[in-house]
Design a protein. Structure first.
Length: 337
């Protein structure tokens, strides 16, 4: 009995293999119910369609078409079979779409422009979360000032931009806020304010200030803070990255306002200065504007000749949906909250 079952299964598999190439023909015949129309839609000779139908009838063991005057019509067996053929072809198409989608994602590239302060941990954290699910896409990374990041985005050189403040949405660019982090007053560890937890901007009036250069997101934020305080800072240095700014403060060459930088170089517990007397201290600022809101911006795609590539869309969706939660712990750690 078992041997008969194996033989029967083999025959069924052979019949299935013979029928598979004919399924699209049978499905189209079910839609048109006309041999000539089916041949035209499939781009086949009418004789090929007729032979295909006859072959399918022979394999199945029952007629699929019967003559009806000068035309033909489907038999009850054909009508019963057609929904299953449509379902099988639909499942196969879904599988093809999935494979092609995954292949496109695997081959894709994602161009991200970002400010210098996001390259050390924030952007790598987002990319790492994305690669867990989609390990193949390549990333083209470009870092610079906020103005340069947004210019690259508008020009099409970048798909996405990570900036602070958040880009203003417009006709060509969309944006969304991800999270907010506080700004800190950074002073030398022997500065008169170093033993304080909080300070007001008025307390550094007239002191040399280490600023970021024009076009940088931090520059626009500090300019707004000083406008609120009612005075202009005495800018001693303009830097292009926060590491250099902290180094200048650490050397006692000025004070600055920066995002939280984590543990600072500082004197040992007995108060002895480190070599060169380097070190900084971060203080909270008494200002409702002492924060920066970080967001993602992306180009508005109109479809057609410029659709959003799948890898870009998947990364954008992950950043918008999971980015705030992923980065919340990082922000708390860096800010000491």
């Amino acid at each position: 009995m078992e041997r008969w079952k194996d033989w029967s299964t083999g025959v069924e598999h052979k019949q299935m293999a013979q029928l598979l190439p004919l399924l699209p023909l049978l499905a189209e015949l079910g839609r048109t119910q006309h041999i000539t129309a089916t041949a035209e839609v499939l781009g086949l000779p009418q004789s090929t369609v007729s032979r295909g139908i006859a072959r399918a009838s022979s394999i199945i063991g029952t007629e699929l078409l019967i003559r009806d005057g000068r035309g033909v019509r489907l038999t009850s067996a054909a009508r019963a079979l057609l929904p299953h053929i449509e379902a099988a072809l639909g499942e196969f198409q879904s599988g093809l779409d999935l494979v092609r989608h995954e292949s496109e994602v695997a081959r894709g590239r994602i161009a991200v422009s970002f400010q210098h302060t996001f390259g050390e941990a924030m952007l790598p954290l987002l990319i790492s979360a994305f690669r867990v699910r989609h390990p193949q896409p390549a990333f083209d990374l470009s870092q610079g000032a906020r103005a340069g990041c947004l210019a690259e985005l508008a020009a099409g050189a970048a798909d996405l931009a990570l900036t602070a403040p958040v880009a203003v949405p417009g006709r060509l660019i969309s944006s969304a806020a991800l999270y907010r982090e506080p700004l800190r007053l950074v002073v030398h560890h022997r500065h008169p304010l170093a033993g304080r937890r909080r300070a007001a901007l008025a307390e550094i009036r007239g002191e040399p200030f280490v600023a970021m250069g024009p076009g940088y997101g931090m520059r626009s934020l500090t300019d707004a803070l000083f406008r609120e305080a009612g005075f202009r800072p005495r800018i001693a240095f303009e830097s292009q990255d926060t590491h250099t700014a902290r180094g200048l403060v650490s050397a006692g060459l000025g004070v600055s306002i920066l995002p939280p930088g984590g543990p600072a170089s500082a004197p040992d517990p007995e108060g002895a200065a480190q070599p060169g007397d380097l070190g900084w201290v971060e203080l909270a600022l008494d200002s409702g504007l002492a924060f920066r809101e970080i967001g993602l911006a992306w180009r508005v795609r109109r479809g057609g000749a410029d659709p959003e590539p799948n890898p870009v869309r998947l990364f954008r969706e992950l950043v918008l949906s999971e980015g705030p939660a992923l980065l919340a712990g990082f922000v708390r750690e860096r800010s000491g909250a």
